[in-house]
Design a protein around this ligand. Sequence first.
Ligand code: NAD
Ligand code: ZN
Length: 343
Amino acid sequence: MKALAKTERREGIWMVRDAPEPEVGVHDVLIRIRESAICGTDVHIYNWDAWSQRTIPVPMIVGHEYVGVVERVGAEVTAFKPGDRVSGEGHLTCGFCRNCRAGRRHLCRHSVGVGVHRPGSFAELLSLPSVNVYRIPDDVPDDIAAIFDPYGNAVHTALSFDLVGEDVLITGAGPIGAMAAAVARHVGARHVVVTDVNDYRLGLAAKLGATRTVNVGKEDLKTVMADLGMTEGFDVGLEMSGNGSAFRQLLEVMNHGGKVALLGIMAGQEAIDWSQVVFKGLFLKGIYGREMFETWYKMVAMLQTGLHLSPVVTHRFPIDRFQEAFDVMRSGRSGKVILDWNA
Ligand code: NAD
Ligand code: ZN
């Protein structure tokens, strides 16, 4: 089969035309991919940065954001049948650690990543354990189903705290920050302020639901807060940039007793002013992946109650033009970029 793979230990990604079809175990579902989206993680792998060099076995079929149709199921699978339209949870959990057994599978100590540790979705076919497969309702379009993975990151982070009537700061207007702004507005936040240093990305956040965007390279956040009549500080902060200075700025403008969820992955260690955390009594929560499968249920429910995400998909390319897709994704002038396997 055709697949996009990391076949060499250097910058780039390559089309392989004779990749082996994945094995389908008795509990597995074989999915024919229709669309796959490019994640920031795929860009790290493309760039062959220090994390990728440590993490990715070569050769590896990359990709973990997708929608497809069930082609075939293993002998023990009863929940899915050929023809079902599905996406899937990209973290495979062990099922036996304390958290897994307590139903907190997103906190598994041994999770394995699709397209990172095992073959991914930049391929004609993907094999996935049926417990990880998620059926997509007919009223959710393919483009949105293809980005359920990052949308789930946004939902998991944004719904960590009660946002009703709260003032929310989101640092980082990448696709996930922009989708988190949409979610925050949908569930009833008051001000949803989004910061970035990239005006294209801020434009995206504004389209999705930010009530105010701030380019912190040009504008002073505290002046914006004063303009908005915010005399105390933000109630909830969502760190979605992975940038240390954005995180330090967020801590500075949180109200006392504020709640902060951290999704962004910082490249290395970052120093913060701990007095901001201690004296303000801040609550900090790290976020990894999506809750299985509470986040997925809420994702569908919000789409079915009017959450509008389509502006976050800014580009689409037939799979053979994957190089252009990676180039636009790496340029910083895109939201989600979709690779179409049917075209
Ligand atoms: P992205 O890289 O597309 O977006 C990050 C944005 O932060 C960019 O638009 C960038 O311009 C902006 N930024 C840079 N410096 C800034 C500053 N000083 N202030 C404000 N914004 C600044 O990433 P994404 O795909 O939207 O993902 C968001 C983050 O979440 C990334 O760090 C990603 O690695 C991380 N992530 C974590 C998980 C998890 O499970 N924890 C899952 C997916 C992604
Ligand atoms: Zn586990």
